[in-house]
Design a protein around this ligand. Structure first.
Ligand code: FES
Length: 250
């Protein structure tokens, strides 16, 4: 970050001494996030073309079809994953900057007065529910890996298509996103005063080191997994509606 020496410091919204394109990252993040959220909402409302053969869209997994439910089946299962992402430490940083300009970037004046209470009061204190949402959405991974298995079944026989690859890539990305979560890292290695005092603690220390290594890449997993979720839905949707044909590799 370049600092202009000898200048009088400005204050107020967007005031900064930075000379780099600090606005570029929040603008790109905000734009990409809007596209992904927009697509996911559109797909969730469709209620059709979410399944073909052994392929199931991740936006509809686990699939629960209740005849009397007036909306698409996605609305029966999407709330925990949506809240999990909305309260994710990384996404919080991204949308606080891009959408609330709070602050727009490091060392840039923000859009508010002196009443900052952070996440200590309603409604933002609800962000602390993130760890519980991790516990709930971790269970979704079981269904998503079962979807990968189903994607290898073709008329009762093992097979592999482009769709299998797409669904496998998505479940892998979601697994990495979940287990690189700060709450996962805390669950694995938190609340320990001594890593070396017992065999169990040493095991947890080893697992915590692996979780920490994953955690360093959490931002990349956050973006990759959101893109793969939408891509997997789009692929299944296009095959199911007959726009494209799935190619069998095996
Ligand atoms: S911190 Fe991002 S998913 Fe938990």
């Amino acid at each position: 970050m370049a600092v202009a020496s000898g200048e009088i410091r400005r204050s107020g919204f967007a005031a900064t001494e930075r000379r780099d394109a600090w606005w570029l990252a929040p603008a790109l993040q905000g734009g990409l996030l809007a596209v992904l959220i927009g697509y996911a909402n559109w797909a969730a409302f469709q209620g059709n073309h979410y399944q073909v053969g052994g392929y199931l869209s991740p936006l509809y997994s686990p699939l629960i079809v209740v005849p009397w439910f007036p909306l698409s089946p996605a609305f029966l299962i999407l709330l925990p994953p949506v809240l999990f992402r909305a309260t994710c430490y990384y996404y919080r940083k991204a949308y606080y900057r891009s959408y609330f300009l709070d602050p727009p970037a490091c060392a840039v004046g923000e859009l508010r007065g002196t009443s900052y209470r952070g996440e200590t009061a309603f409604p933002l204190i609800l962000q602390n529910l993130h760890r519980y949402l991790f516990y709930i959405t971790a269970a979704y991974l079981i269904f998503l890996w079962h979807d990968v298995f189903n994607a290898t079944r073709f008329d009762g026989h093992f097979g592999f298509g482009i769709g299998t690859l797409v669904i496998l890539a998505n479940t892998t990305a979601l697994t990495l996103y979940s287990f690189s979560c700060h709450s996962a890292r805390h669950l694995i290695g938190g609340k320990l005063d001594c890593f070396s005092c017992s065999a169990a603690n040493r095991t947890r220390h080893g697992l915590w080191q692996r979780a920490s290594a994953l955690n360093e890449h959490h931002m990349a997993f956050a973006w990759t997994s959101f893109i793969t979720v939408c891509s997997a839905d789009l692929y299944v949707r296009l095959v199911a509606s007959g726009v494209i044909h799935d190619i069998r590799l095996l």
